[in-house]
Design a protein around this ligand. Structure first.
Ligand code: PHE
Length: 360
């Protein structure tokens, strides 16, 4: 029995509609192509309507209605196919980016789930976290101050008068207004002593700036953390115990330290704390005889300049040196990170290279 053209077309369409394309995206294309081929201006259903003219007056309305029903039927079926394909496409998209927060990284890796890359703190920030944790544990607070300072806070108040040769030690940038990008965060200690009454315990981490020729161990912008303790009866013994504890935290409990006399205008006496090299153990050589790469054969690492705050500095901040005494110290942060990780060139820390950051 040969079907009439309308039934034939519907049967053909349904057979075709029953198939599906390989992917949701291709299925969407296939459904749209079917729609054009059947319902488009030059489509097969439209072509059927053109046959109306060849029919008798009685046949025409019946045929016309059947074609319209066919058109609706095909339209609805194509809509259903398109919705299903769209849903499948969305589902596939979701699955590609699916994140199950309860999966361990290893399990997610095994399932080849697309996890977003995990960020990591920069080693300088990590050390900063450790310093803050360590010193706040000892009752210190974190203080901050402006990066652009006036010369009084950066120099004069610290017992470094104008025209004193000591100013040259800090290779200073000057703004056109005569201000200085601070050369150390000692200026924050001055600001703290001016705004608070003793006893005072603060650390002041922050960026500092010096007109340095940039090389493996010098940068023009670098990080520092200074510390200050003002109280009645503060002695060199307190300084020694505090800093030894910190250096042990940094390099391990076995590390030996030594203090050498040094000159800084704002402390008297002034000292440099050296830590015995943690890599070669102080001998200056590695197993096999090579020169130690961390201390470069010296056996000791200069880590913390420090000392008892000069009475002039206390006086400049309205603190009576006969009643109060204080110790202060400073640390080049970037240098510590470099030492801790055996990095040979400071500039690497600022290279923005993620492979380096991830290794540390
Ligand atoms: N302010 C000194 C510097 O930046 C470091 C220092 C701080 C030295 C405190 C002694 C005491 O060089």
């Amino acid at each position: 029995m040969s079907l009439d053209p309308i039934s034939q077309l519907l049967a053909d369409f349904q057979a075709e509609a029953a198939a599906t394309a390989a992917s949701p995206a291709e299925e969407l294309l296939r459904v749209e192509a079917l729609r054009v081929r059947l319902l488009g201006k030059k489509g097969e259903v439209t072509a059927l309507l053109r046959q109306l003219g060849q029919l008798s007056a009685e046949e025409r309305p019946v045929f016309g209605q059947r074609v319209n029903t066919l058109k609706e039927q095909i339209g609805e079926q194509l809509d259903a196919l398109r919705s299903a394909a769209q849903l499948a496409a969305e589902q596939a998209e979701l699955e590609a980016g699916w994140l199950d927060p309860t999966l361990s990284t290893a399990a997610a890796g095994a399932l080849a789930v697309n996890l977003p890359a995990r960020g990591q703190k920069h080693p300088i920030t990590r050390l900063l976290d450790i310093v803050i944790e360590h010193f706040t544990g000892l009752g210190f607070e974190v203080a901050s101050g402006p990066e652009i300072e006036d010369t009084w806070h950066n120099f004069d108040a610290l017992n470094i008068p104008d025209n004193h040769p000591a100013r040259d030690v800090w290779d200073t940038f000057y703004t056109t207004k005569g201000e200085v990008p601070r050369t150390h965060t000692s200026s924050v200690q001055i600001r703290t002593m001016l705004s608070q009454k003793p006893p005072i315990r603060v650390i002041s981490p922050g960026k500092c700036f010096r007109n340095e020729t940039i090389d493996a161990t010098h940068l023009a912008a670098f990080n520092q953390c200074e510390g200050l303790y003002v109280d009645r009866g503060v002695t060199l013994g307190h300084l020694k115990a505090t800093l030894e504890g910190w250096v042990q935290r940094l390099f391990g409990p076995e590390v030996k330290v030594r203090f050498r006399p040094a000159f800084y205008p704002f402390v008297e006496p002034g000292l440099d704390l050296d830590a015995q090299c943690f890599l070669c153990g102080g001998g200056g050589h590695l197993a096999g005889g090579a020169t130690c790469t961390v201390c470069r054969g010296k056996g000791w690492l200069e880590v913390i300049p420090c000392g008892m705050v000069h009475p002039n500095v206390l006086r400049n901040c309205g603190i009576d040196p006969d009643e109060w005494s204080a110790f202060a110290f400073g640390m080049g942060f970037d240098r510590l990170v470099m030492l801790q990780n055996g990095i040979d060139d400071l500039r690497r820390l600022y290279s923005g290279r993620l492979d380096l950051v991830r290794q540390l």
